[in-house]
Design a protein around this ligand. Structure first.
Ligand code: EPU
Length: 420
């Protein structure tokens, strides 16, 4: 198991370019199954979750060339609708392959993804939506078999604006017969990016970014190759670097951001007293005066404060004097990092879905373990801000979502090395 060895105390300073979005790339790569042709996708981050998606698509029969952040994917020879179990288990979000495989073949077999480090994460909303599109499903021995023949457009009202369910249903409905309307849809920027990619392929999707998405079904023959598509920048990676800069009381510039996407994060950083300057696709953050604690930080679906930034913010707030309160409303069990932060001296009490953080002047270096991607990033941030040496074990979690994390932080002046 790899580890990051961090010597804390250096203020981050300098400029980096933000990677492409993980959570936009994954459904877009899944969408390439639909057109049975070539797609060229740029700004795809070189991260482990993308590698898993590439392996799955390759096993399904796709021909993929990777040139840094550019992927060319030819899905004309994809000839199976069964997602290999061992790859499916490597990445929960491979569930998003159900939609395009159902659209293209009218059937799919996947293993049940089960729980993960951040809670039980059911897929009932995905399955209810598929049922509305005319899919018959059965489950046995941990596998889901789904069969529709031809999907039928439908009115779907999601009980919760689930990101994955919205994406999966869009991906299935684009090849359904007739019109599908998804209400109470997720509004995240990654949904809009998926809509843009699908429309470039010839699909007819409208409304992403609002709570109502309308899809006019078409047939595979209507679809065309995607010559050139650029994935949006990763708003969570951007937020993570900004929070790391704030935690070290540093001064950094990020390039390749979409300011609107990171505004929910910037709003909270401003409230804490961080100085922020924005221009075009750049943001600069610096700290001049002591930071202030936050009375209330609630995670919510977009455009609320993103749950993926909750752990990094907890690490930052642990270093800010005063009492901060975080309420996690999106995931049931996403406070595992609190225990690790306590090893570094943080004063954090958890009560159900609320964390009460009494900030201290300095955290102290310790050996800690990353238990999921964002928790891992939070521990690295804590290590950068702490006195002495911190060892963050479990780099493989962090590498699932952050491209060149250690290298980028080094470029900003951090003392961080990876060991095996
Ligand atoms: N939920 C259900 N039933 C469902 C689907 C979701 O109860 O059928 C619940 C979940 O258990 C959770 C909540 O709804 O409590 C939100 O889940 P959602 O479906 O919106 O999340 P997701 O699609 O599984 C994506 C991101 C996550 C991000 C969430 C919320 C990808 C690949 N993953 O997950 O990203 O936290 O949306 O914004 O897009 C990460 O990048 O570290 C990460 C976990």
């Amino acid at each position: 198991m790899g580890a990051y060895v961090i010597t804390g105390g250096s203020k981050l300073s300098g400029k980096i370019r933000v990677q492409g979005s993980k959570n936009a790339s994954l459904p877009i790569l899944a969408a390439t199954i639909l057109n049975c042709q070539k797609s060229r996708v740029k700004n795809v981050p070189e991260i482990k979750d993308v590698q898993v998606m590439i392996s799955i698509l390759t096993m399904l029969g796709a021909d993929i060339t990777q040139n840094g952040n550019e992927l060319t994917i030819d899905t004309s020879a994809v000839n199976t609708w069964e997602v290999p179990e061992q790859l499916m288990r490597k990445m929960r979000s491979s569930i998003v392959l159900m939609g395009p495989l159902l659209g293209r073949f009218g059937r799919v077999k996947v293993s049940y993804p089960g729980g993960c480090e951040i809670g039980p994460r059911p897929i009932d909303l995905h399955l209810k939506g598929f049922a509305a599109l005319g899919v018959k499903m059965s489950e046995s021995h941990g596998f889901i078999y789904a069969e529709a023949g031809k999907l039928k457009g439908a009115n779907i009202h999601l009980d919760f604006p689930s990101v994955g369910a919205t994406e999966n249903l869009m991906l299935a409905a684009v090849l359904a017969e007739g019109r599908t309307i998804i209400r109470n849809a997720a509004k995240e920027p990654e949904i809009v990016d998926l809509q843009n990619f699908l429309n470039k392929m010839g699909c007819r999707v409208k409304g992403a970014g609002t709570d109502t998405i309308k899809i006019e079904g078409c047939s595979i023959a209507d679809l065309k190759p995607v010559e050139d598509y650029t994935v949006i920048p990763d708003r969570i990676a951007a937020g993570t670097y900004l929070v790391a800069a704030a935690a070290t009381r540093g001064n950094i510039v990020l390039e390749n951001v979409i300011l609107e996407h990171i505004e929910p994060i910037l709003a909270k950083l401003r409230e804490m007293g961080c100085r922020i300057k924005t221009e075009d696709d750049r943001v600069e953050l610096w700290v001049e005066t002591p930071l202030r604690a936050l009375d209330s930080l609630r995670t919510l679906p977009y455009p609320g404060f993103p749950t993926d930034m909750q752990a990094p913010m907890m690490a930052l707030l642990a270093t800010v004097e005063g009492t901060s309160i975080i309420t996690e409303t999106v995931f049931e069990n996403r406070f595992k990092h609190a225990e690790e932060l306590r090893r570094m001296g943080a004063n954090i009490k958890i009560n159900g879905n609320t964390a009460i953080i009494k900030g201290i002047k300095r955290l102290t270096g310790a050996v800690v373990e990353a238990k999921d991607l964002r928790a891992g990033a939070a521990l690295v941030i804590a290590g950068l801000a702490a006195d002495g040496k911190t060892i963050v074990e479990g780099t493989s979690y962090i590498e699932r979502g952050y491209e060149w994390f250690d290298r980028n932080l080094q470029a900003l002046g951090a003392k961080i090395e990876k060991t095996n």
